[in-house]
Design a binder for this molecule. Sequence first.
Ligand code: SF4
Length: 332
Amino acid sequence: MKDNKREILVELKNLNKHFKVGKNKVLKAVEDVNLNIYKGETLGLVGESGCGKTTCGRTVINLYKPTSGQVIYDGIDTKTLKSKEIRVFRKKVQMIFQDPYASLDPKMTIGDIIAEGIRVHFKGMSEKQIQERVTELLKTVGLNAEHSARFPRELSGGQRQRIGIARALAIEPDFIVCDEPISALDVSIQAQVVNLLIDLQKKKGLTYLFISHDLSMIKHISDRIGVMYLGSLVEISPSGSLYKKPLHPYTRALISAIPIPDPNVKSSDRIKLEGEIPSPIDAPEGCKFSTRCRYALDRCRKDRPSLVEVEPEHFVACHLFENGIKKGMDLL
Ligand code: SF4
């Protein structure tokens, strides 16, 4: 499907993912999320821990079944996939996990970890071809053939994350959910891994959903960024405009908290978020952010705002912007 000449790879329509908690409580991890991910782009998904971004990513690649709504991948609703088609789908989508150590089997060699998916999805390959492919993948992620015989415990955090990337690439996917892939790494290694992902995207035409709790981290890799709060998408925009002109009071607070290495920038410019994030089991009735928003009106506590496009491709869910971006900005 095409939208403004870009091809949509993933379409989320009114996506909900709820979990039963105890006898009669429901945790709404993802609530009524609508968004498109275009072929070849990186969509960043950001928000505090527990905001539903990982659940959203897992639901997109069918690790969780949606409670309701649709995940449409390349024009096909993933709910309608039969077992044979699920196998094909699993070859197209992959995930890179946050903790590279926990996601690698400590009893397997690096070579076997990378070869595992190749053996499942490329059944006709000889053992020699598989080993050649493993060596090629190790080189692609900046390691060498010698790493194949090692175990995960023998590698550094950065090297382990490279193995996570090589494992994801092994089955030649089109789409990768990168779930906080750099947050467990040293700052010095983070840029290397991000650059590797950007490089691979250019070479292989990959599409990424890049999940992070930190807006400063996803700035350099994302074409567009969606901001989640308590299971809902509250703002989505091309990343340039999100950093230059954040609209939603929650996004503004997150961006103001990014440290700026400039002695002329005062710490008073930082917007402090009041109060704790509410439980997703018992989210506020109207706007979910109303308990922490300094601009909250009576109406905000009753009516939940919908995501509306206030500038081309810039969507925000906040009552302040219902009469246009200018009026909204005057109220901030
Ligand atoms: Fe704040 Fe109201 Fe906007 Fe929610 S809708 S972010 S409470 S001003």
